[in-house]
Design a protein around this ligand. Structure first.
Ligand SMILES: *[C@@H]1O[C@H](CO)[C@@H](O)[C@H](O)[C@H]1NC(C)=O
Ligand SMILES: *[C@@H]1O[C@H](CO)[C@@H](O)[C@H](O)[C@H]1NC(C)=O
Ligand SMILES: *[C@@H]1O[C@H](CO)[C@@H](O)[C@H](O)[C@H]1NC(C)=O
Ligand SMILES: *[C@@H]1O[C@H](CO)[C@@H](O)[C@H](O)[C@H]1NC(C)=O
Ligand SMILES: *[C@@H]1O[C@H](CO)[C@@H](O)[C@H](O)[C@H]1NC(C)=O
Length: 418
């Protein structure tokens, strides 16, 4: 501080500091004003964004990168930490990916890597311009990825037409995703809304997800996660898994999903593991207060998950499922099999609870419930009556239509990157 300021009354000094600090924050790292970005929809935002990030990240006081209103083209950006102080990105504009997926080989479109104490907000839109990729069904797809991030808040952001998973959270801790809007067409392949793996303390709150694949998918090593107030659909519902396909997968434990509305999706609350292959563990998964509207399979444990029939169909899953509950789940199903538990014969599901379930089939036949290798603990009013339906035989082929053809490829990309 300049010496002459010592004589000024302290309140005034504080006020001055406050004014100058907020001024610095609001314009110092504006990509248009300071870093030459153009909101013309064709000049690449990549360099201005990265330059602004680098300066903001090096700042020893909290800083904000601002992307003002307007439309920007962004080929890719890799935002790396750690930063010297907390950092924010205020995204007001619309950021578009190049429409042609073959233009870039890198699977990362927007990537945050090793950033702590970070916040992104502002009502902006990340537009993956996925329509060409969806048509070509190409593997050269890209996404919004957070890796090794800690203490982050992402709020009031829209992600539309991603070319792959919309948001991929990997090896992060204490991340809150709140009031997000995620949109992609019903038929778009692999456009999981939010996927996560090997992360702890991720919260997904008050968000609206419409997509072609899982609204939220939870991969191995996810712990202590809260999902609430989500509207999901169209899409494939909220899924734990798939698990058991790869070696050394870490347990999934402590996931609470509550107060969600799932509409017109192929699945609602689902846990899926591959038959045969590798072991793993899933425990303390609690679905509560969920409304299902015309969901094909509202409550589903599928330990014979077998997309495109490429699995060891005649083997039992080695993934152990325990302490799982479905409570206060109401609404309608599009297929009669409203509750389906297909557990492993070699490690049956343990402590699966059903309480206060009321699901009506949207059709002439009543809703049914099927069970294999599980004895659910029940309470409250239950419709359909648990395990009252026929025992499922080889269910693997049934869901072919809805399965995710390229899941394995996606996971491979994943492993390659780690
Ligand atoms: C979690 O992250 C938020 C920022 O999103 C931060 O305010 C909070 O202190 C963090 N919690 C812990 C336990 O570090
Ligand atoms: C459930 O979510 C709705 C918004 O989707 C919210 O208004 C309501 O307060 C939530 N209820 C609880 C018990 O969290
Ligand atoms: C569900 O899907 C049907 C047909 O695809 C459509 O007519 C209906 O409007 C959808 N319902 C909602 C609530 O989106
Ligand atoms: C329910 O979903 C099926 C497809 O899964 C669709 O054909 C049907 O129109 C939907 N019904 C309603 C009432 O939305
Ligand atoms: C399941 O819950 C029981 C008691 O409720 C507990 O003793 C056991 O450790 C739990 N199992 C797992 C794998 O969390």
């Amino acid at each position: 501080m300049a010496p002459h300021l010592n004589i000024v009354p302290s309140m005034f000094v504080l006020l001055l500091l406050f004014i100058s600090a907020s001024k610095v924050q609001s314009d110092a790292f504006d990509v248009v004003a300071k870093f030459g970005a153009k909101a013309d929809g064709k000049t690449d935002l990549s360099k201005p964004f990265l330059d602004a990030w680098k300066e903001a990240c090096a700042s020893v006081t909290p800083s904000t990168v601002v992307i003002p209103k307007g439309t920007y083209l962004l080929s890719k950006v890799n935002l790396e930490g750690p930063c010297k102080a907390p950092i924010e990105i205020n995204v007001q504009g619309t950021i578009q990916a190049p429409a042609d997926p073959s233009a870039f080989k890198d699977p990362n479109w927007v990537r945050f890597y090793s950033v702590e104490n970070f916040k992104m907000f502002g009502g902006g839109i990340f537009d993956g311009q996925g329509s060409i990729a969806y048509e070509k069904n190409t593997c050269e797809n890209r996404e919004f990825r957070l890796t090794l991030c800690t203490n982050a808040l992402i709020q009031d952001i829209t992600s539309k037409d991603s070319k792959l998973f919309h948001i991929n959270v990997f090896a992060c801790k204490n991340i809150t995703l709140e009031r997000l809007k995620i949109e992609a067409p019903d038929e778009s392949p692999n456009t999981d809304g939010i996927h996560m793996g090997k992360s702890e303390g991720v919260n997904i709150i008050a968000s609206d997800i419409k997509t072609g694949d899982d609204c939220i998918s939870i991969g191995d090593g996810t712990k202590n996660m809260v999902i609430k107030e989500i509207t999901c659909g169209p899409g494939h519902g909220i899924s734990i898994g798939s698990l058991g396909k790869f070696q050394n997968e870490e347990p999934v434990e402590g996931i609470k999903i509550s107060n969600c509305t799932i509409t017109n999706t192929s699945n609602g609350a689902r846990i899926k593991t591959w038959p045969g292959e590798h072991g793993g563990a899933v425990s303390e998964i609690h679905f509560e207060d969920i409304t299902m509207n015309n969901v094909s399979s509202p409550i589903l444990i599928d330990q014979q998950y077998c997309p495109w029939n490429k699995c060891k169909k005649n083997e039992e899953s080695k993934v152990k499922l325990s302490n799982i509950s479905f409570k206060n789940i109401r609404g309608t199903s599009a297929l009669p099999e409203a509750i389906k538990f297909i557990c492993s014969g070699s490690s049956p599901c343990q402590n699966v609870e059903l309480a206060d379930i009321d699901i009506k089939h949207n059709g002439a036949e009543p809703a049914t419930s099927q069970c294999l290798n599980v004895k659910p603990i029940t309470s409250g009013k239950l419709n359909p009556i648990p395990c009252s339906g026929p025992v499922p035989k080889t269910p693997s082929a049934i869901r072919l239509k809805h399965t995710n053809k390229f899941n394995a490829i996606v996971i491979n990309i994943f492993i390659h990157i780690i």
